[in-house]
Design a protein around this ligand. Structure first.
Ligand SMILES: [Zn+2]
Length: 595
């Protein structure tokens, strides 16, 4: 008999083995068959879960047919195993492989180019990561290899499997997510501390039912705010009701409406916590306290103001655990080109790097992240801040106190006598600070700072407006980074649509280069806004001789802009649109933050 390929064998077996029981030779043969069947079924289920995941990411037409296909495949497996015996293995692998290939090919048509799977690039990165993993396994000492991680117990495996099933079932909509959230794991530990470290509001302090109710409300409100990642909480009295509003991702929205007495009670509790005068309601006051929420530590600045309906309070929540700060430059959403250029800039021995943008554009985060790239062991790093927002290890941090006459300029002068290598000046607001900072940059120091301006070019004009000598700007400034924060699309509900042709044209792309982009929709996961989290959009201007030449007493903004474009700078809006093509944000959001 000539050698037949597996398909032919299987086809023949289908008819020839009609009467032969496939689990013959029990236990050995039967068990082997059963485990093979189980492994192939598990692979098919895992693929179905992945399919379901993809459906949420990209619009794939006729998903019901794809689901029916994989379901048919999964249910055909036991019949095949029973009817065909060993030949069901190659046949079902072929079936599953073919199905997986067809689905992936269809999926690739619906996603942006860099998320496609059946491409040479994806396969080569996969190969590379496999090789790296193999290499690191080889290099591991023999002893470490022996101490293998304990395999998960049966109970753990069952738990994993039930999570998988839940995931599979939940996505179908049989089990709504919201229900699972309420009876989820116990909430993390929550503590409020006064400035001196003593408990700010302890339950034993409550002497009446109203007071303990107030404490309960404050805790609940703060936990909601921290859970939502809010940066500010507004407690506002209105004519009849009291509003609690949260600023999340830069946008203020109503969190709850409560009764007037409940709102007033919360404000007095917060005044006690932040050491304010509780009887004083007609004068603005401020104070601070801190909160421990699980692993995160927050510093909370409270400010009260009288309004026509009574006292209003705003809380600023600063997460001081330093998560963002320790993330480094690679994690703040910079385009690769900008990241590489920036790394080169900040490792220069002297010069000045300015981050610019309006309030709330994430300037501070970027400056700290850049500072974090510099080795604090080898350099003397000093920061001058107003106020010190994040504590950093191995760095001298000095706070400005304008009321006591301790200004950016005065500290800067005295710090320069202490042989610093790297300086961070929180913000350049006046001519004096700008001048000393520029001179420091010219005398062998590297200066990081922020400046309130719209974009990179207007930073130069802003410095000239402060009255700075053009010569000083020309020689001191090494690079300027303009920045905005755009809200990131919620990955659970973003909606795909074909990109408008003029967008692709503007970015110099062919019409078919990017099949889909996304817009916001709204789901429980993102509180109905369609957005979750934020991403920076940037433009980097590195000083070139051409740009330097243009910096005179009153340079033409148009000429400056043209020179920065010629030097390879892409505008904030362009950077934003590139992030739209990647599916990270929407056109309307980029337009909102850049105009
Ligand atoms: Zn959503």
């Amino acid at each position: 008999m000539p050698a037949c390929p597996p398909i032919a064998i299987s086809a023949v077996c289908l008819f020839a083995n009609y009467e032969v029981p496939s689990f013959s030779g029990f236990p050995v043969g039967g068990l082997l068959m059963f485990s093979l069947y189980a492994a192939i079924a598990a692979a098919a289920i895992a693929f179905a879960v992945w399919m379901d995941d993809q459906q949420g990411q990209a619009p794939i037409p006729r998903m019901d047919l794809w689901y029916a296909g994989i379901a048919a495949l999964i249910f055909a497996l036991p019949v095949g195993a029973w009817r065909l015996g060993p030949s069901f293995v190659p046949l079902s692998l072929l079936g599953l492989g073919g199905f997986a290939y067809l689905f992936t090919a269809r999926r690739d048509k619906s996603v942006p180019a860099d998320e496609r799977i059946l491409t040479k690039r994806f396969i080569s990165t996969l190969k590379q990561s496999l090789q790296e993993r193999l290499a690191s396994n080889k290099n591991r000492p023999a002893k470490a290899a022996k101490e293998k991680v304990k395999p998960p117990s049966v109970a753990e495996r069952l738990q994993q499997f039930s999570t998988l099933l839940e995931k599979f079932g939940g996505r179908r909509g049989r089990k709504p997510k919201a229900a699972a959230a309420t009876d989820g794991p116990a909430p993390p530990e929550f503590k409020l501390l006064k400035k001196d470290g003593s408990p700010a509001i302890a339950n034993q302090e409550a002497t009446s039912a109203t007071q303990s109710e107030n404490i309960h409300n404050v805790r609940k409100m703060l936990m909601t705010a921290m859970g939502a990642g809010a940066t500010d909480v507004h407690l506002e009295p209105h004519e009849k009701e009291f509003f609690v509003r949260l600023r999340v991702d830069g946008v203020l929205k109503n969190s709850e409406t409560i009764t007037m007495p409940a709102g007033k009670g919360m404000i007095s509790t917060l005044k006690v916590a932040s050491d304010m005068d509780i009887a004083e309601r007609r004068r603005p006051q401020d104070g601070t306290f801190s909160a421990l929420f699980g692993k995160d530590k927050y510093e909370i600045r409270a400010a009260s103001t009288p309004t026509s309906y009574g006292e209003k309070m705003v809380l600023r929540l600063l997460n001081s655990s330093g998560g963002v700060m320790n993330a480094g430059l690679a994690n703040i959403g910079l385009r690769t080109q900008i990241l590489e250029a920036l790394k080169e800039v900040i490792h220069k021995p002297y010069g000045m790097f300015l981050v610019t943008g309006p309030t709330g554009s994430g300037k501070t985060t970027t400056v700290y992240a850049s500072l974090n790239e510099i080795d604090a062991q080898q350099h003397n790093i000093t920061t001058i801040e107003d106020p010190v927002e994040y504590r950093l290890d191995g760095i001298t941090q000095i706070a400005v106190n304008t009321a006591a006459g301790v200004t950016f300029a005065s500290i800067l002068r005295s710090v320069l006598r202490q042989d610093p290598d790297v300086l961070l000046v929180g913000e350049i607001r006046d001519k004096e600070t700008a001048e000393i900072a520029c001179q420091a940059a010219l005398t062998g120091h590297f200066v990081f700072s922020t400046l309130h301006a719209n974009d990179t070019v207007s930073t130069i004009t802003r410095m000239l407006d402060l009255g700075l000598d053009p010569m000083l700007i020309q020689t001191a400034v090494t690079a300027v980074l303009g920045q905005r924060l755009a809200r990131k699309l919620c990955m659970k509900c973003r909606e795909a649509y074909p990109p408008p042709p003029d967008l692709l044209k503007r970015l110099g792309l062919k019409p078919e280069a990017v099949p889909v982009i996304y817009k916001e929709k709204g789901c429980p996961e993102c509180g109905g806004t369609g957005y979750k989290g934020r991403i920076g959009i940037h433009e980097l201007m590195v000083m070139t001789d051409d740009i330097r030449k243009l910096i005179t007493d009153s340079p033409s903004i148009e000429h400056l802009k043209a020179a920065t474009r010629a030097a390879g700078t892409r505008s904030l809006q362009t950077d934003g649109f590139l992030k739209v093509l990647k599916g990270q944000t929407s056109i309307s959001e980029v337009v909102r933050v850049t105009t």
